[in-house]
Design a protein around this ligand. Structure first.
Ligand code: SAM
Length: 266
């Protein structure tokens, strides 16, 4: 018998496939994070099967036992929402099954990461899934630095309490999409720059969030007009045109003399 990995809805209860419902109906055992939550989902579809709690605190212990049972019984694996293993338990069980020679079948289905990536309007041909960022420390800093540097689309699971902090740590001009409560009644996708999103969510925010960021904003060279505009700002702040041009030239690849000429000509 295979282990069957079954994605479940991330909000809208209609987002479950016919195949997922059949597999759950026929399963000898459904391994799930929270038996009450999965029990409610199954009840909604008129399914009643034995449930076993399999979560981050017992997965190491239970994975070999479940893999053993999957030799003879059909075991379905679900998580609270979305696709198991994707920032959810399941990896150890899949590994244990592979090592025990038990086939692993994976059903395609909902995942907040892919739903947000597609809704973001940002390039989806090359993306990096970061899951939840570390809350603090060097690793967090290094990941955010990578987002500033690398020209790819980054998908991040974000807590509403940390959204503002993360937005503030991104390059202000980085294009972002804040995807909130996807597939639910109050679904919202905010598209703009990191700086705009920071203002939009300054008062706080609720619900489940995926933050999608187009990376590489730091690496992009500003155009000539942008550099001149920067020099104008320095003049407005009190610097002489000559010093402002020199400073803007230093911060870009442009020549001081070119910037200066444009600055004083208009
Ligand atoms: N395995 C799940 C999946 O495939 O989507 C993700 C599980 S992870 C523990 C939960 C996180 O996913 C949430 O904190 C949030 O960042 C994101 N998420 C889940 N459902 C969401 C939704 N409806 N809208 C936006 N983000 C969601």
């Amino acid at each position: 018998m295979p282990l069957v990995v079954v994605p479940t809805p991330i909000g809208n209860l209609e987002d479950i496939t016919l195949r997922a419902l059949r597999v759950l109906t026929e399963a000898d055992l459904v391994a799930c994070e929270d038996t009450r939550r999965t029990g409610r989902l199954l009840a909604h579809h008129g399914i009643k099967r034995p449930l076993m709690a399999y979560h981050e605190h017992n997965e190491e212990r239970l994975a070999p036992e479940l893999a053993e049972r999957a030799h003879a019984e059909s075991v379905a694996l679900v998580s609270d929402a979305g696709t198991p293993l994707v920032s959810d338990p399941g990896y150890r069980l899949v590994r244990a099954c592979i090592e025990a020679g038990v086939a692993v079948e994976v059903l395609p289905g909902p995942s907040a990461a892919v739903t947000a990536l597609v809704a973001s309007g940002l390039p989806a041909d090359e993306f990096v899934f970061l899951g939840f960022l570390p809350r603090k420390g060097r690793e967090r800093g290094e990941l955010l630095e990578r987002v500033g540097r690398e020209a790819a689309t980054f998908v991040i699971y974000e807590s509403p309490h940390r959204l503002a902090k993360t937005l503030a740590q991104l390059p202000p001009e980085a294009p972002v999409a804040v995807c909130r409560e996807l597939t639910k009644l109050h679904e919202e996708v905010f598209r703009g720059t990191a700086a705009e999103a920071k203002v939009r969510y300054a008062e706080g925010v609720r619900g489940e969030i995926v933050l999608v960021v187009r990376g590489g904003a730091e690496a992009e060279e500003p155009g000539f007009e942008e550099v001149v505009e920067r020099a104008r700002r320095y003049v407005a702040e009190g610097e002489s045109p000559s010093r402002a041009a020199a400073r803007a030239a230093k911060e870009s690849d442009r020549k001081r003399s070119e910037i200066y000429e444009r600055l004083v000509s208009c």
